[in-house]
Ligand binder design. Structure first.
Ligand code: SRM
Ligand code: SF4
Length: 528
């Protein structure tokens, strides 16, 4: 592997990967658990453990984050209960977050518990393998795949197959553990581009070619502090079968063997496409694919606005419904996971889905069971009808647990949305995305209003602030938003957002005393 890089100077990450493969720490886990985290080699502790989804958190030393894999965001009540039981052990430190890739991260984990946790995860059919660092991240697919009456392709099986290929059925796959950088894959089967296809390194979007339904392929989408790009067409179409898995394999092999490894800030797939030009990239991928790539279909079938799935919707299965619950900024406690498991099992089929907006869907609820489900106490906090700003709020982890963060995000996001929901009436939800630093995990560039953490000088002091992005369009004709203001101190943000909402989103002040009970927060909040 890394043919082209043999002659070039490697960055420090490449050096430590060459010395010892990230996945090799799997053999060391029992030893690490015995000696304790303080005695673990620094590179193993802070880097290689991420190959197993175990993230050392400098903000909370000794309390690790565990990032799962949830293909298409699908889990079961049993899995949710298993995850709840794992974090319950950590009391106040234990919590979980639904991520912007339809995934779950667990908090508060102790290293000496990991071997036992991994046994529990395996017994429940879950894995955290290859979920961090230079690996393929959770693979996203429509959260209503198999349920949506208007979907074109049920992508759940394909998403699982691609994950199984990349991770060797969850065992870990040395073939794909040393990519030049992280890598994102999305497979969309619906009409509304529910998973932001355009911001993935590889995306499959539904398209008819000569009357046959399959996927047009996009490549090279990514966000980073240095550069953000929407994916571009590979000018290729594949049928909805194992061709998808084989094309992912081919692109990953090309990226692994030829991707840039000198400068980590210039190592994502798009940088290779830039260097080679799309024609050469496509030709080398075609060679790795082992047969001619078919030309793309003239147009794709993404022709709807993006749905948020919150509320009650009839499924393609007559008499069944899916119920989308709003989980404020994606934060879950152990008891929430237990409650969700119970609701899914009592009212649905035991299945739970996660969305990239950090919310939850309970599918397969019979018409006759809906009224009782809607009376459940959990739905007071995880509402099916939240206020417009809270409803569409997304936030990255921020300073509470992430050492890259320049600002606290989740609490602040929720406090501001709650306050503005109480003051303003809005004709439609406005998608506000918070991200704590330019890495853009909270995807501010896809939002109506994106807020990116920064540091600002105010009255001689350095304070938390944001740069503001606007104009992100999702769904049909998706495109990225642009920075429109910078360096707004967080304590001035309430008024700035209020003005933006009134100027651009038809917000009207509510008459005094008429505010809804806008707050649905399960997270205790403090306003600026
Ligand atoms: Fe991210 C790094 C959290 C989605 C771009 N991201 C990190 C780290 C691991 C940094 C760290 O070690 O602290 C964060 C962990 C914080 C923590 O404790 O939770 C982190 N990223 C997240 C999550 C949890 C945000 C969230 O609250 O939902 C998301 C986890 C997704 C998952 O389940 O795997 C998350 N990160 C994203 C996305 C959005 C997406 O994939 O749609 C992006 C932008 C898209 C992209 O990657 O192209 C994103 N994260 C980054 C980057 C910049 C990558 C780059 O090429 O430069 C970093 C920094 C890095 O990799 O060096 C980063
Ligand atoms: Fe951390 Fe920055 Fe990502 Fe937020 S955007 S989770 S602060 S790395």
């Amino acid at each position: 592997m890394a043919k082209d890089t043999a002659k070039t100077k490697l960055n420090k990450f490449e050096k430590f990967k060459a010395e010892k493969d990230g996945l090799a720490v799997k053999q060391d886990l029992e030893h690490f658990a015995t000696v304790g985290w303080e005695a673990v080699d620094d590179t193993d502790l802070t880097q290689r453990l991420k190959w197993l989804g175990i993230f050392f958190r400098p903000v909370t030393p000794g309390k690790f984050m565990l990032r799962m894999r949830m293909p298409s965001g699908v889990l079961t009540g049993f899995k949710a209960r298993t995850l709840g039981a794992i974090i319950q052990r950590y009391g106040e430190d234990g919590s979980a977050d639904i991520t912007t890739r339809q995934n779950i991260q667990l908090r508060g984990i102790l290293l000496n518990d990991i071997p036992d946790i991994f046994r529990q995860l395996e017994a429940a059919g879950m894995t955290s393998v290859q979920s961090g660092m230079d690996n393929v991240r959770n693979i996203t697919g429509s959260p209503v795949a198999g349920l949506d009456a208007n979907e074109l392709i049920d992508t759940q099986g394909l998403v699982r197959k691609v994950q199984d290929m990349i991770t060797n059925n969850g065992e870990g796959n040395p073939a794909f553990t040393n990519l030049p950088r992280k890598f994102n894959i999305a497979i969309e089967g619906g009409r509304d581009n529910s998973i932001h296809a355009e911001i993935n390194d590889i995306a499959f979007v539904p398209a008819y070619r000569e009357g046959q339904l399959g996927f047009n392929v996009l490549v090279g989408g990514f966000f980073s502090a240095r550069r953000c790009e929407a994916a571009i067409p590979l000018h290729a179409w594949v049928p909805p079968d194992d061709s998808v898995v084989e094309l992912c394999r081919a692109i990953l092999e090309v990226y692994r063997d030829h991707g840039p490894r000198v400068n980590r800030q210039k190592a994502r797939l798009m940088w290779l496409i830039d260097e080679w030009g799309l024609d050469r990239f496509r030709a080398v991928v075609e060679e790795a694919y082992g047969r001619p790539l078919l030309s793309a279909a003239p147009e794709d079938e993404i022709d709807w606005d993006k749905r948020d799935h919150i509320g009650v919707y009839p499924q393609k299965q007559v008499g069944l419904n899916y119920v989308g619950l709003h989980v404020p900024v994606g934060r879950l406690q152990a008891t929430d996971l237990f409650d969700l498991a119970r609701l899914a099992e009592v009212y649905g089929s035991g299945e739970i889905r996660l969305t990239v907006e950090q919310n939850v869907i309970i599918p397969n609820v019979a018409d006759s069971r809906l009224p009782v489900l809607l009376q459940e106490p959990l739905l007071q906090r995880f509402s099916i009808d939240p206020s417009p700003l809270s409803r569409a709020l997304v936030s990255c982890t921020g300073a509470q647990f992430c050492n890259f963060a320049l600002v606290e995000t989740k609490q602040r996001a929720l406090a501001l949305a709650t306050a503005l929901d109480a003051e303003l009436s809005l004709p439609q939800p406005v998608r506000i995305h918070w991200t704590g630093c330019p890495n853009s995990c909270g995807q501010p560039q896809v939002a109506d209003i994106g807020l990116m953490g920064t540091k600002v000088r105010k009255e001689g002091k350095t304070v938390e602030g944001v740069d503001i992005f606007m104009g992100g369009k999702v769904g049909k004709d998706a495109h990225l938003g642009e920075k429109v203001q910078q360096g707004i101190p967080c304590d001035e943000l309430h008024d700035v957002l209020r003005s933006l909402l009134m100027e651009h989103f038809q917000a009207e002040p509510r008459p005094q005393g008429s505010a809804d009970t806008a707050a649905n927060g399960s997270v205790s909040v403090t306003a600026d």
